[in-house]
Design a binder for this molecule. Structure first.
Ligand SMILES: [Zn+2]
Length: 431
């Protein structure tokens, strides 16, 4: 066995072969003989995950990089110590899996009950990789090419600690597994957790509530949402509506702190730059949502947004919005236009635009569930919304598709890069 744990406490790192992993704040890995032979990071991580038990959630390797593999002498430098200490302090304040009685030797009957209940729930929600049958799912995906160099000649090359199939490329000589360069690389959260997370999102649960349910850090939920966006990034690009197509725009306000005002400090009136224009089109079965920009849409914007999503010669049912003109003529659409002032007075059942209005309503509920979301991510939310709206309606079938996308469209989002991105951006992460 190559793992030795050390306990990091009050700035002192004690190394101990018998150090109980469950009490360790920081775990340091060495090769068995203590030589300078470096262990590949993903190998070290897997060993750690196997031995670290329930504390793994508190260690944020990607962000803090204090997983050390190699010889004793390069364990921890003083600047890293400080970083680790800071990190531990903030974790203690914030960690959602902590209870007030974690360190207490004796707990009252009530405290013991709450403590056990909470811990059990946490553990049930954060199962280890091998217990959930994930290895089988991962191994079912055979890579089509080497994720490092794109070469198609590779061979099987044993298994990782968790039983995941490893491959070795004949071209570049590097090894990989089915999760290499996919969103599951690094296993910050297991696939089952991600599936549960996605299910909650499908049910319009706000990410904040979800983070509490699963006792994950809020930022972890954000990170997983970002991964969901990545997987669905090109989902809508293949969608094309035909037959009867309904089209209408809806508007969603920018965040209150971003509202542009007149020199006198008043809000701008009407469909100003403070309104995000979202074009929604649907046919009998499918929905496409595109962010068209701020304020009133132009003919060019509408055309650019929907030209690839509506089949030539379809019937367009819409209000008499001028912005649709170019779209109608270029795609030779059979236009059925209604006066928006007149149809406003109709009850839903009689309103010819009821179908698209209903989608506007659902879209707004969906966006409201993510209040104060980063408006720069609007298209990500719209792709997700379309995915939720469109067939198949069964959530498990949706998950199946999502998993397939995730493995087939290799896209990685490293935790470190995600944090670099959100900390450098001027918009606050959350409210
Ligand atoms: Zn290769």
């Amino acid at each position: 066995m190559q793992a030795i744990q050390g306990i990091y406490d009050n700035g002192i790192l004690k190394l101990d072969k018998k150090a109980p992993a469950t009490k360790s704040r920081v775990i340091v890995l060495f090769t068995e003989d203590g030589t300078r032979k470096k262990m590949p990071k993903d190998e070290a991580l897997k060993i750690l995950y196997k031995h670290a038990g329930s504390i793994k959630g508190d260690i944020d390797f990607e962000k803090n990089g204090y997983l050390h593999s190699g010889a004793k002498s390069d364990i921890i430098t003083s600047s890293k110590k400080t970083a680790v200490m800071k990190m531990n302090r903030s974790k203690e304040q914030k960690s959602r899996r902590r209870t007030p009685w974690d360190k207490k030797g004796e707990r009252s009957a009530v405290q013991e009950f709450l403590y056990q209940h909470y811990k059990n729930q946490y553990e049930a929600r954060h199962p280890g990789l091998t217990e959930t049958g994930e290895t089988a799912v991962i191994n079912a995906y055979e890579p089509e090419e080497c994720p490092h160099c794109g070469g198609e000649k590779y061979r099987r090359n044993g298994y990782t600690m968790n039983g995941v199939q490893r491959y070795k490329c004949s071209g570049c000589g590097q090894t990989f597994t089915p999760v290499t360069k996919t969103i599951f690389e690094g296993h910050k959260i297991s696939i089952s957790e991600w599936m549960e997370y996605s299910m909650n999102i499908f049910r319009y649960v706000s990410i904040n509530a979800d983070s509490w349910n699963n006792r994950n850090a809020f930022t972890t939920s954000r990170y997983w949402l970002e991964k969901l966006f990545l997987v669905l990034e090109s989902y809508q690009s293949e969608l094309q509506l035909s037959g009867k197509v309904w089209l209408d725009e809806t508007f969603y306000s920018v965040r209150s702190e971003d509202i542009a005002r007149t020199e006198e400090g008043n809000k701008l009136r009407g469909l100003s730059v403070n309104q995000m224009c979202i074009g929604v089109a649907c046919d009998e079965s499918c929905t496409v949502c595109v962010f068209e920009g701020y304020g009133k849409p132009s003919q060019k914007k509408t055309y650019e947004s929907f030209k690839s999503h509506i089949a030539v010669g379809s019937t367009l049912i819409h209000d008499n919005e001028k912005a649709h003109k170019k779209l109608v003529s270029e795609l030779q659409l059979n236009s059925i236009a209604y006066d928006s002032n007149e149809i406003k007075r109709l009850i839903d059942r009689d309103n010819p635009l009821n179908r698209v209005n209903r989608i506007h309503f659902l879209l707004k509920s969906f966006l409201h569930a993510h209040t104060s979301f980063d408006r720069n991510k609007i298209q990500g939310y719209l792709n997700l919304f379309s995915f939720v709206m469109n067939p198949p309606s069964d959530h498990l079938e949706k998950l199946e598709i999502l998993l397939d996308f995730a493995f087939r469209i290799p896209k990685t989002l490293r935790y470190r890069d995600f944090f670099a991105d959100i900390t450098s951006s001027s918009t606050p992460l959350c409210k």
